[in-house]
Design a protein around this ligand. Structure first.
Ligand SMILES: [Zn+2]
Ligand SMILES: [Zn+2]
Length: 205
């Protein structure tokens, strides 16, 4: 599976394009929809899924525009399904004291659900803590998209709506059970090796 970072997205969030044999998934549509469409054309791929790692505004800036321009629908963990539609829950109001909302994702999933992409697979790992429905995506066992759960420098904040320090601790322990040499692609910042990123948070869990 190929991965491309369409950064710069809005609000310094990473927007990833996954491609396998002509099929594509966008994870966190934060880059503008036109440039996502251009990247799809460049790689000769058809957009099959729009996956969210969680429901915060900085990861869904082009969610509605991208859905309007393509036939793809959005997928999110069931616990975060209401967040895009609510300016408090999606944190936009918290940061900017303004309303900004998005249409509800069409599809919800839960832990362990697996989606085929070009003969390969993307598996959902529920990692609550940053939000209740935060997830990581295990891409064919090759690499992990960690959203705002885990960055190169450590774990994500737990003080916004739906956040929980206890659940974050449990999620980081869960990530310790995966192959530690897997590469992670976080929601912000640079990629890292899973074990190294977890070591940065080791004092915490
Ligand atoms: Zn977030
Ligand atoms: Zn974020």
């Amino acid at each position: 599976m190929e991965i491309y970072n369409l950064f710069p997205g809005s609000f310094a969030s990473n927007c990833y394009l996954l491609v396998s044999k002509g099929q594509a998934a966008v994870v966190d549509p934060s880059a503008d929809a036109a440039s996502i469409q251009q990247a799809l054309m460049d790689h000769g791929a058809v957009l099959k899924y729009i996956f969210l790692t969680h429901g915060h505004f900085d990861h869904i800036c082009s969610l509605d525009d991208l859905r309007d321009r393509t036939l793809a629908t959005a997928y999110v963990h069931q616990a975060d399904a209401d967040m895009p539609c609510d300016a408090y829950k999606n944190a936009f109001y918290t940061f900017f004291h303004q309303e900004r909302v998005y249409r509800r994702p069409e599809n919800v999933f839960c832990d362990g659900d697996t989606f085929p992409l070009g003969g390969e697979s993307i598996r959902v790992i529920h990692t609550p803590g940053h939000t209740e429905g935060s997830v990581c995506y295990d891409c064919n066992g090759e690499f992990l998209l960690t959203g705002d759960t885990l960055f190169a420098e450590g774990y994500g904040r737990c003080d916004l709506y739906g956040g929980s320090i206890d659940r974050m601790r449990a999620s980081l322990k869960l990530l310790r059970t995966l192959p530690q040499n897997m590469r992670i692609y976080p929601g912000h910042g640079a990629p890292e090796v899973l074990g190294t990123a977890l070591d940065m948070s080791a004092f915490f869990y």
